[in-house]
Design a protein around this ligand. Structure first.
Ligand SMILES: [Ca+2]
Ligand SMILES: [Ca+2]
Length: 207
């Protein structure tokens, strides 16, 4: 009986190991591959890539460098979601899968900015839940924060342009982060631990 349980446990561990997606990475778009889409772009200013470390795309991704048109919010690079080229039957979309704990809550933060006008529109997606964002503006980086609960051992975060599919300008993004929100139980335990530590210190100081 014990042996059966051990084997089942082992198989479950193996199954979850194969389903592992890795941690969320490259939220500031600072990592780009060597290979870029040829024939478009401008050296040291902007380039198109089919994918980025961590991120997949529907029809390519456009990265701006070195304060090209606007300064990055963080580091040297930013993303223009409305990229360039590709099949216009798909919206421009960039997405990443990463490990999550089932039932845990995550805070997604990112900074967005409009490029041409204040009518630009995009959606932030967590698996099949989405929020549509229209309040980003020209001339200023604005922070957006949302909370999502993971329903699986890995989750997907995506950004999808809701501008016309032939609109290749707009929806600038940078500094995307995914942070697990500590559960109240964990916080309470941590607080108890700290109180315990203070009491122990006080007691030992008295001696
Ligand atoms: Ca950046
Ligand atoms: Ca573009």
């Amino acid at each position: 009986m014990r042996r059966t349980k051990f084997i089942i446990g082992l198989l479950l561990a193996l199954a979850s190991a194969t389903a592992s997606a890795g941690p969320f990475i490259n939220g500031s778009f600072e990592m780009v591959p060597d290979e870029r889409v040829a024939g478009v772009g401008s050296y040291g200013r902007w380039h198109i890539y089919n994918s980025l470390p961590g991120w997949e795309t529907s029809r390519g991704t456009e990265i701006w460098f070195n304060n090209f048109i606007v300064p990055a919010k963080d580091g040297n690079n930013l993303l223009e979601l409305n990229a360039h080229g590709g099949d216009p039957s798909d919206p421009f979309r960039i997405y990443q899968s990463f490990d999550t704990d089932v039932g845990a809550m995550y805070e997604v933060s990112f900074w967005a900015r409009a490029r041409r006008d204040n009518n630009e529109k995009f959606a932030v997606q967590w698996d099949d839940i989405e929020h549509v964002i229209t309040s980003h503006q020209r001339g200023i980086w604005k922070q957006f924060v949302y909370k999502f609960t993971a329903t699986d051992t890995y989750s997907m975060l995506g950004f999808e342009s809701r501008d016309g599919r032939r609109d290749t300008t707009g929806n600038l993004l940078d500094m995307v982060s995914v942070t697990r929100v500590p559960e109240p139980g964990t916080l309470a335990l941590l607080a108890l631990g700290l109180i315990g530590l203070v009491l122990t210190r006080r007691r030992s100081a008295r001696r």
